[in-house]
Design a protein around this ligand. Structure first.
Ligand code: 48F
Length: 261
C-alpha cells in the first residue's frame, strides 16, 4: 500500500468535485436541517447544488436536540417530509411526534448526498458575488483560515441562486445589508433579528418568511425568521423541514427564470 497513492486518491477526488462546483445552479450556505432539506428537493429536480458548511459536522442545531437531550419534535404537517426521507418518527401526544436527532442528521445527509448534492464542510462563506443588482455567487475560504485570523484571499463560486440557511445569525443576509447598503423587504429595510420564543407563531411565520429577499438570494430556516423579526421556536423542527422544501420551490423558479435570461 502506497501512502502517496492514498494522498493522491483523496486530493484528486476532492479537487475534481470542488472544481466542478465552481459553477452551480444553487449554492447553499449552511448544512443545518433547512439547508439539507432544500438541497435534497433541488437535486430531486436535477439542479446542480453545492452546500458550504463551516463546521466539521453537518446538522446545524439538530445534534443538540433540546438542551442536549438529543431528540427533536415535529408537528403533523411535516410528516410527509419525514416519510420522503425515511426518518423514523414516533407519535407523542396530539399533533406532536418525536425523532432521534442523530437519525435525522445521518439520514438527511445520506439521502442528500445520494441525490447528487455536494457538501463541502470546513468551508466558510465570507461574502457574496454581486453583479448588476443580483447575487450571483458566494465567496469561500477555509474555516481554519477564519478561525486562525489569517490574511488569505478567498475563492469564489458562481451560482444562479444562493440560499442563506445560516440559522439564527442570518449571516449572508447581514452581509448584503452591511456591505452593499441593500434594502430588503422588512419594516426597516434591514435584518430585524429574531424575536423571543413563541413556538406556534414562529413555526407559522417561518413558512411565510421563506422567500427571495433580494434578486438571487433566498432565506430559509431560522434565517428567514431572524431576517423578518419573527419568534424563535426551540427544538421543534417541522418548520425547518417545511421551510427547506418551500425554499427549494422558490429557488427552482429563480433558476428557471435565470436560465432563460
Ligand atoms: O443553525 P442551523 O441548524 O440552521 P437552520 O437550518 O435550523 C435551525 C435549527 O437548528 C434550530 C431551531 C429549530 O427550531 O431553531 O436552531 O435554520 O444550521 C445553520 C448552519 O449554517 C452554518 C452553521 O455552522 C450551521 O451548521 N453556517 C453559518 N454561517 C455560515 C455557515 C457561513 N458563513 N458559512 C458556512 N456555514
Amino acid at each position: 500500500m502506497d501512502e502517496a497513492l492514498i494522498s493522491r486518491a483523496i486530493t484528486e477526488s476532492f479537487t475534481r468535485d470542488f472544481i466542478d462546483s465552481f459553477n452551480v445552479d444553487v449554492a447553499i450556505v449552511g448544512a443545518g436541517p433547512s439547508g439539507l432539506v432544500c438541497a435534497y428537493y433541488l437535486a430531486k429536480h436535477d439542479l446542480k447544488v453545492a452546500i458550504f458548511e463551516r463546521h466539521l459536522r453537518v446538522g446545524g442545531g439538530m445534534p443538540g436536540g433540546g438542551m442536549m437531550f438529543n431528540r427533536i419534535v415535529f408537528q403533523r404537517e411535516a410528516i410527509p417530509i419525514l416519510k420522503e426521507f425515511g426518518i423514523t418518527y414516533k407519535k407523542y401526544k396530539g399533533e406532536l411526534y418525536v425523532v432521534d436527532a442523530l437519525e435525522s442528521i445521518s439520514t438527511l445527509c445520506s439521502k442528500t448526498l445520494k441525490k447528487g448534492v455536494r457538501i463541502f464542510n470546513l468551508i466558510d462563506v465570507e461574502d457574496v458575488v454581486i453583479r448588476d443588482k443580483r447575487i450571483c455567487g458566494v465567496v469561500l475560504n477555509w474555516s481554519s483560515v477564519k478561525w486562525a485570523k489569517l490574511h488569505v484571499d478567498p475563492l469564489s463560486v458562481k451560482a444562479k441562486a444562493v440560499v442563506d440557511a445560516t440559522g439564527h445569525d442570518s449571516e449572508i443576509s447581514r452581509i448584503i445589508e452591511r456591505k452593499n447598503g441593500i434594502k430588503i423587504g422588512t419594516s426597516t429595510g434591514g435584518v430585524l433579528g429574531e424575536g423571543s420564543m413563541w413556538a406556534e407563531v414562529g413555526e407559522k411565520k417561518l413558512i411565510e418568511n421563506t422567500k427571495e429577499i433580494y434578486p438571487g438570494l433566498v432565506v430559509c430556516g431560522m434565517t428567514a425568521n431572524a431576517v423578518f423579526g419573527s419568534p424563535r421556536m426551540g427544538a421543534i423542527f417541522g418548520g425547518m423541514f417545511l421551510s427547506g422544501r418551500k425554499a427549494a420551490e422558490v429557488v427552482r423558479k429563480i433558476v428557471k427564470q435565470n436560465s432563460k435570461s
